[in-house]
Ligand binder design. Structure first.
Ligand SMILES: [Cu+2]
Length: 129
């Protein structure tokens, strides 16, 4: 009687051992495939061109100060032609830093340096003639 139970117990132990051994079988090693080369080939064509900033033009001008607005940070000049900007003579306001607006007075006859960005001009230096 006891012999029969022992046989069953041994049999179960053998099955359990067999199952455990089977679970340790390595999973197929071939799942780690290299990425297809085609995935890399299109990248360069997708690089967007950065929008170009407006070109800056440096120019020099001559003219007369007709107005200064320190609060707004502008100086108005009745200036002669500025070939670098393809401008005829005209009277117009420019942006100007406090150092510029403080240094100039209405009525001054001046030489000035301009930085033009698109249609916006800034007087970056000014000197009384
Ligand atoms: Cu102008």
């Amino acid at each position: 009687m006891n012999y029969a139970r022992l046989t069953i117990a041994l049999g179960l132990a053998a099955l359990t051992a067999a199952c455990g051994k089977k679970a340790e079988t390595p999973v197929a090693a071939e799942t780690n495939q290299a990425a297809p080369a085609a995935a890399m080939s299109g990248d360069m064509g997708n690089m967007a061109m950065a929008p170009s900033a407006p070109a800056q033009i440096m120019a020099k001008g001559h003219g007369t100060v007709t107005a200064i607005d320190k609060a707004a940070g502008t100086i108005t000049l009745d200036h002669g032609p500025i070939p670098e900007a393809k401008w005829p003579a005209m009277t117009m306001a420019f942006k100007a830093a406090p150092a510029i607006t403080d240094a100039a007075k209405v009525g001054d006859n001046v030489d000035f340096d301009l930085t033009l960005t698109g249609n916006t001009g800034e007087v970056t230096a000014i000197s009384k003639k």
